[in-house]
Every structure is written in structure tokens, then in C-alpha cells.
Design a protein around this ligand. Structure first.
Ligand code: HEM
Length: 449
């Protein structure tokens, strides 16, 4: 691939849209419909101008591989200015090259599946408490599942990250409200703290969260308590020079992990609940599996023995990927699929383009957990809800464990149906969720203890 032959190649086909804004408005209206329409019109590699930059969309397993393999060689991670400001520039998702490799090496051991048994008791305690609350609420009438899932997942995440949530020193509701304000600012176009804007409120919330977490890190560093929580690991790890991570970095990592793991997990679990309500045959099968396991304890091993639930979770994330797209920016000119991709262009990896491709998934729009239970040859990177390559989701195993436990408990405790006449259209930004909050009639399952 020499420079001359690349330069003679065309850039990917597509439209530039209006002056200044390009095709941003169409993209923001519905990123899913936007990519589907252009994929149909231009083929698997196409370009557009969105959010201030020429952007190339690549589809297919091979294309995803090309992007993941190019990390720090011909492209690098790209985040919006608002996200950079809010997350701080020294956390895992924002650092690049050698710094990223070194940080990932320090943190990865904590996130391996092996050893996650230690996190199970706290997931169970929190989940039991919330499910009991849902039951009481459901006796009074229909319940909106998304906000309840949000509260449950937030407490699980906070416990996983810092241990006892009481150690935060403020009520969890207060911390979570700041967190919501903080994340609401991530998806604003302007990273300028103009009074009264979402971004200014988000920065203020970031500062309050930072102070709370910083106090906690200081207290924990001075004390001796260590546990299976992430903060214990962040305090323990030492870089190659034997130095511990700076306190600000520890706080930024905690904020990043909460941000990266929360909405994604809430979305994934809520959408499994949605699919179970939409497909009574699937719900019957999932419940039958849990009925067999009722009364058994939750361990890494027992969670492995829930093949139908595993397939259901996978299928739900296939048809509704929790993260719509990941973005990179070209640092060197590259070539893919007979097209030239210039330096500075953005590259988008869009899971739906591969997850709904009939060459990998026959009848791709059909929701069918069974497709994961029969041996099928698929190329690597044809399934990417957790990304791939050096930036593949570090929290995947924790998220999968949490999803299995919470959903298995729900299937053992409850049966649910959708309340009629609710808005079941989906949001897309920041994550895909039923707009109406997924309102359910939740009833106690016969045989639940
Ligand atoms: C079902 C839930 C989750 C989904 C679908 C998900 C999805 C993803 C995806 C697609 C990426 C790659 C983004 C890219 O290529 O730019 C990613 C990265 C990441 N995820 Fe997750 N995630 C989930 C849960 C979690 C949890 C629970 C945590 C933390 C405990 C977490 C922490 C991270 C971090 C820190 C990164 C950045 C890694 C890096 O840059 O090296 N995620 N996630």
C-alpha cells in the first residue's frame, strides 16, 4: 500500500450535505435510519459530513477488524469536546498509544471473569432489595421499568466501584442525581460553560462528584480496608516505576467507569425485559430454564449453566446494540475496500450494520435466541456489542455477570406484560431505550419464594 496508489483511489461515495452543518441534522434525527439509508444507496463503505467532519461508515466483519487493528497505527480514538472536558483527559478511554496500553495492563486483571465471584454477594444484596421494592410498587399499579432498572444498576455499579456506598458520605440518590446531570452534558455540541446550559450544569455536577470521590479516595488510601471493589485495585496498582496512580487519575477512572458502564448496562437489561414482554414463547422458555435452577445459588459456574438466558441476552444486544457507534479519527492516510480515507477523517464503527446483515444472521430482523444455541460459523467481529481490539470493553465480564443475575432473579420472581397504549418507540441517543419507560404489569411468579 504505497502513498501513490492510495492517492489515486477515490474517497468513499456519499453526500456532503449543507454548508457548515453537512448531514448532521439527518444523522441526529435517527442515526440508525441514517446509516441504513446510505448503506442501501452507496454500499458497504460510504461517507458523509457530520458533526463538523467528513466521516466514513464501514460495514462488515472485515471492516470492523480493519478499524480495531488500526488502533494507534493509522487511527485513534475520538471523543467529542464535551466528553473530553467532562471525563478529564487522563482516563483509560481518552489516553492513547503507550499510555493506554500501560494503563490497560494495570487495570485489566481486576476485570477478568476469574475472580468475579467476589462481586456476586453485593450484586445479590442490591438486586434483592430493589426487586422487593418493585414488588411493593407493582401491587399499587403498573411500573415503569427503565427508571427502576436505572436505580438498581446505579447502586450495583457504585458498590462494585467503591465498596460500601455509604462511604460516599452523601445519600446515593444525591450522588446519582449529580451523575445524571453529568452524563446529560456529554451529548451537547458545545463544550463551553455558558451559565444555564446543560454543559455548565454537567461541569458543576462533575466538580461535586469529583470532590466526593476525592475525599473517599483520600480516606480509603489512609485506611487499611481493601475489598473486591475497583477502588481497592486502583489504590493498589503500581506502574513500571513503582508509583501509584495520581489521586486525580483514580477519581477520573472511577467517573469514567461509572459513565461507561451505567447507561449501557441499564439499556441492555431493559431491552432484554422488553424482548421478553414482546415474545411470550421466548419468555416461557427462559422461565422454564430458571424454574429448573430455582433455589440454587449464583456463582460464576451456575451462571454459565444458563445457556438460554445467555443466548437471549446476546440476541437482544444483537438486534438493539446498546452503543450505536464508536468513532475513530485517521492519523495516517489509509485504504479500505478500494477507497482512500484521508488523514483527519472520522471513521465510524456501527454495530447495527454488521448485526443486521443477512450474510452473518439469516432473517436478521427476527428476534431468535435459538440462533446462538446452534453451532454457526461467523467471522470474528461479526458481533461487536462490546467493541473489539485494544479498546474492547473492559467491563464486559462484570456487565454480563450482572445481567445474568438480575435477569435470572427477575424471571424467578416475576411475570410481566406490557401495559397497552404506551410509547414503545425507541430513543437512539445516548442509548436505545423505549421512550415511554417500558411500563409493565408486574406480577409475582407462581412458585416464587
Ligand atoms: C452491557 C453493558 C456494556 C456495553 C454494551 C459496553 C460496550 C462498550 C463498547 C462497545 C466499548 C468500546 C468503545 C470503542 O470501541 O470506542 C466499551 C469500552 C469501555 N467500556 Fe464498556 N460496555 C458495557 C459495560 C461496561 C461496564 C460495566 C464498564 C465498567 C465497569 C465498562 C467500561 C468500559 C471502559 C472503561 C471502556 C473503554 C476501554 C478502553 O478505551 O480501553 N463498560 N464498552
Amino acid at each position: 500500500m504505497n502513498g501513490f496508489s492510495q492517492r489515486s483511489l477515490p474517497t468513499p461515495p456519499g453526500a456532503k450535505g449543507l454548508p457548515f452543518v453537512g448531514e448532521t441534522l439527518e444523522f441526529l434525527r435517527s442515526p440508525g435510519a441514517f446509516v441504513d439509508a446510505r448503506r442501501g444507496k452507496y454500499g458497504p463503505v460510504f461517507s458523509s459530513r457530520v458533526l463538523g467532519k467528513p466521516t466514513v461508515y464501514l460495514s462488515g466483519a472485515e471492516a470492523n477488524h480493519w478499524v480495531y487493528a488500526g488502533e494507534d497505527k493509522y487511527l485513534k480514538n475520538e471523543w467529542s469536546p464535551a466528553i473530553v472536558e467532562l471525563l478529564g483527559d487522563d482516563c483509560l478511554a481518552l489516553i492513547n498509544g503507550e499510555a493506554h496500553r500501560a494503563r490497560r495492563k494495570l487495570l485489566a486483571p481486576h476485570f477478568r471473569r476469574v475472580g468475579m465471584d467476589a462481586s456476586i454477594p453485593s450484586i445479590l444484596t442490591v438486586a434483592r432489595k430493589h426487586l422487593r421494592r418493585w414488588q411493593t410498587d407493582a401491587e399499587l399499579g403498573p411500573v415503569a421499568m427503565v427508571p427502576r432498572m436505572r436505580a438498581l444498576a446505579f447502586e450495583i455499579a457504585a458498590t462494585y466501584l467503591v465498596g460500601e456506598v455509604t462511604e460516599l458520605g452523601v445519600p446515593l440518590g444525591e450522588f446519582s442525581s449529580d451523575f445524571n446531570t453529568f452524563t446529560a452534558g456529554m451529548f451537547t455540541p458545545l463544550a463551553v460553560e455558558l451559565p444555564g446550559t446543560k454543559f455548565a450544569r454537567a461541569m458543576a455536577a462533575r466538580r461535586r462528584m469529583h470532590t466526593i470521590l476525592d475525599d473517599l479516595v483520600m480516606r480509603r488510601d489512609a485506611g487499611s480496608r481493601r475489598g473486591p471493589d475497583v477502588l481497592s485495585t486502583l489504590l493498589e496498582v503500581r506502574d513500571e516505576a513503582g508509583e501509584m496512580l495520581p489521586r486525580d487519575t483514580i477519581v477520573d477512572e472511577l467517573q469514567l467507569l461509572l459513565f461507561a458502564g451505567h447507561d449501557t448496562t441499564v439499556t441492555s437489561m431493559s431491552n432484554v425485559v422488553y424482548h421478553l414482554a414482546m415474545h411470550p414463547d421466548v419468555a416461557l422458555e427462559a422461565r422454564a430454564e430458571q424454574d429448573q435452577l430455582r433455589g440454587g445459588s449464583f456463582t460464576l459456574e451456575s451462571v454459565r449453566g444458563m445457556p438460554y438466558l445467555s443466548a437471549l441476552i446476546k440476541e437482544s444486544m444483537r438486534v438493539i446494540p446498546p452503543i450505536g457507534a464508536a468513532f475513530r479519527v485517521m492519523t495516517r492516510e489509509g485504504e479500505f475496500g478500494g477507497f482512500r480515507i484521508p488523514v483527519g477523517w472520522r471513521v465510524a464503527v456501527t454495530p447495527r450494520l454488521v448485526h443486521l446483515d443477512p450474510q452473518y444472521y439469516p432473517d436478521p430482523d427476527r428476534f431468535d435466541p435459538q440462533r446462538w444455541l446452534v453451532p454457526t460459523e461467523r467471522p470474528p467481529f461479526a458481533y461487536i456489542p462490546f467493541g473489539g481490539g485494544p479498546r474492547m470493553c473492559i467491563g464486559q465480564h462484570f456487565a454480563e455477570l450482572e445481567m445474568h443475575i438480575v435477569l435470572a432473579m427477575m424471571l424467578r420472581e416475576f411475570v410481566w406484560t406490557l401495559v397497552p397504549d404506551q410509547d414503545l418507540s425507541f430513543t437512539e441517543i445516548p442509548t436505545p431505550l423505549p421512550r415511554g419507560g417500558l411500563v409493565l404489569e408486574l406480577a409475582r411468579q407462581l412458585g416464587a419464594r
